[in-house]
Design a protein around this ligand. Structure first.
Ligand code: PEP
Ligand code: MG
Length: 620
């Protein structure tokens, strides 16, 4: 298990200290963030990139033109590197291609006439900064401005998306600085087969250079679960732990590493017992993978043959490959907020239509439920405030203020534009329109009037549309909507039960407030009764009803939800195989009996006990 030396002239280091031959080093455990499942055992391969050294910060006024020319040359070189990287993508697995390709496009856009490039030029001209200093200062300022939007009310996903965006800006800044200072880039040319790559940090563009067939795993000191690098590594199927602080500095040539991409543990120089259990875990993981791969092709149906629809929730188009892998049949909730975030203007009809159409086409005939913009509450969107479409959220209680469908009905142009874009995409495949945060019948009627008007207008304009307007359904995510479900069922074409907000509003518990997190209980009897009431109202009308909140992703709750009569669930793509397994393990009659027992309870603790005991033999 020895490391191949790097080719001469290439910057690579394992560690500056050499290992002493024959020296037995003690086992050390590092803890990081588990980002890509799987257990790997292998020789360590360390690689890092020295920080570029910036020696010149200020310039003379007479140097502005030449400094501008250096910047242009660095931009051109960066574009060339990224274009070359894009050309290399075809050798990667399809899922990784669709992860990294949009990212490279985003980098290339930033190197065009972007806010970043404009800001850098301004700093060179107005504050006489050298090109590299101007790039550093400007990219950090933009990243800080993005991260400043991260208030504690944001969802974890929204926070992750802000962090990703800030990382993208910093990353393109680093590339420009590296090219300006002629600092070398990392290379993986000497990576031996079966090695575990250890580094202080790994960029998404670096991850694109990895060959998953040769690499056993990846561990880094920095990085998090939501970044592009993490998504890339998951798409490549490489077991990985990021954020294992101190690891890169501790390794020496010849060390062995055991890495558990499910628990986040990295063991340096494992002892015989650790190695033995790691080898067992490698075998068990391989079996599990095979099982899930087989599951993907098996139907989602209960033991007695009742078909169940399992769909995916989509936050960002980059998750599409995961949806394809998961075995989900369609998208049950496309959150469209991503189109409006991190930008200075509101996207127009054509660009929205293009985004929706790309997703509908990618789903290849499987249905896509597109939820119109759910702005407000914890989801503040910069573009809407910047364009003056809505004021900064100023309500004393934004969760109860101007949000979701209320906002869209108040800002009709915004609503009409989005509906028109969705209708234009609906010729590419089956689509449904979903309204967020409905609380009363009048909202649905008003929304339908707008919808039909937009349809007529598009037809007059000669736009190609489906013969019949796609179904328009509503989220059941407020107690008001759940308790009016019988009346709402007369107006809506389908229900999607959003148990995340339904739980929050029913129990008066903020979704992101850690102090009251223990009270956030989706199986509280009050929440379950609302789910039951809404489900029964829909079933009486023979109207489609699904659950698309996080509850749908918890396989322990699958029997209960089936027992309440639900047959359609939408969840994060990764949860689909687990839930499918839960569906295939039960019979509908058992589920119905179980749901009756649960619904007889009014004590939340008793319900939790019943749920965790489902399927276990009952004591006499
Ligand atoms: C919900 O509230 O359950 C839901 C699915 O919507 P979101 O999480 O986007 O608010
Ligand atoms: Mg919601």
């Amino acid at each position: 298990m020895s490391r191949t030396d790097p080719p001469p002239g290439q910057y690579q280091r394992l560690t500056k200290r050499a290992g002493i031959p024959g020296e037995q080093r003690a086992e050390r455990v590092f803890r990081g963030i588990a980002v890509s499942p799987g257990v790997a055992i292998g020789p360590v391969f360390g690689t890092s990139e020295p920080d570029p050294v910036i020696t010149r910060h200020k310039i003379q006024a007479a140097d502005i033109a030449s400094e501008g020319a250096r910047l242009e040359a660095a931009i051109a070189q960066s574009r060339k590197q990224l274009t070359k990287l894009r050309g290399r993508l075809s050798v990667l697995p399809e899922e990784s291609q669709s992860e990294i390709a949009p990212l490279i496009e985003a980098y290339l856009r930033m190197l065009g006439p972007s806010r970043l490039v404009r800001g850098v030029r301004r700093r060179i001209e107005e504050t006489l900064l050298s090109a590299e200093s101007a790039v550093m200062v400007e990219s950090e300022a933009i990243a800080d401005a993005i991260l400043d939007q991260a208030d504690p009310g944001l969802t974890a996903e929204d926070l992750a998306s802000l962090r990703r965006r800030a990382d993208e800006i910093l990353e393109i800044g680093r590339r420009l600085v590296r090219n300006l200072t002629r600092a070398p880039f990392r290379s993986f040319a000497g990576l031996p087969e079966g090695a575990i790559l250890v580094s202080e940090a790994l960029r998404p563009a670096d991850a694109a250079l990895l060959d998953p067939a040769r690499l056993a795993g990846v561990a880094t000191d920095e990085g998090g679960a939501e970044g592009h690098t993490a998504v890339m590594l998951r798409a490549l199927g490489v077991p990985a732990v990021l954020g294992a602080a101190g690891l890169a500095h501790a390794i020496r040539p010849g060390d062995t590493v055991v890495l558990d991409g499910s628990s986040g543990a990295v063991v340096l120089n494992p002892g015989p017992l650790t190695l033995l259990s790691a080898r067992r875990a490698v075998t068990a993981f391989a079996r599990e993978r095979q099982k899930y791969a087989r599951l993907r092709r098996l139907p989602a149906e209960t033991q007695d043959g009742e078909p169940v629809e399992l769909q995916a929730n989509l936050e960002l188009p980059i998750e599409l490959p995961l949806v394809a892998q998961s075995g989900a049949v369609g998208i049950g909730l496309l959150r469209t907020e991503f189109l409006f975030m991190n930008r200075e203007t509101v996207p127009d009809e054509a660009s929205q239509a293009e985004s929706y159409r790309a997703i509908v086409e990618a789903m290849n005939g499987d249905p896509v439920t597109i939820r119109v913009l759910d702005w407000g509450g914890e989801k503040e969107i910069e573009a809407l405030s910047a364009a003056g479409i809505v004021p900064e959220i100023s309500d004393t209680n934004p969760a109860l203020g101007m949000r979701g469908i209320r906002l869209l009905l108040r800002r009709i142009e915004l609503f009409e534009t989005q509906l028109a874009a969705i209708l234009r995409a609906a010729v590419a495949g089956p689509v449904r329109v979903l309204l967020p945060m409905v609380t009363n019948v009048a909202e649905v009627r008003a929304a339908r009037e707008v919808y039909e008007r937009v349809g007529r207008r598009l037809r007059r304009r000669g736009e190609r549309l489906p013969e019949k307007l796609p179904p328009m359904g509503i989220m059941i995510e407020t107690p008001g909507a759940a308790l009016s479900a019988d009346a709402l069922a007369l107006e809506a074409d389908f229900f999607a039960i959003g148990t995340n907000d339904l739980t929050a509003y029913t129990l008066a518990v903020d979704r992101g407030e850690s102090d009251v997190a223990a009270l956030y209980d989706p199986i509280h009897p009050a929440v379950l009764r609302l789910v039951q009431f809404a489900t029964e109202a829909a079933l009486r009308m023979r109207m489609p009803v699904s659950v698309c909140g996080e509850m749908a992703a918890d396989p322990r709750l699958t029997p209960l939800l089936l027992g309440l009569g639900l047959r359609s669930f939408s969840m994060n793509a990764a949860a689909v195989p687990r839930v499918k397994q839960a569906v295939r393990a039960v019979g509908i009659d058992d589920c119905a009996r179980f749901a009756r027992r649960v619904m007889d309870q009014s004590d939340p603790e008793k319900i939790a006990e019943l749920v965790s005991g489902f399927g276990r033999p009952r004591m006499p």
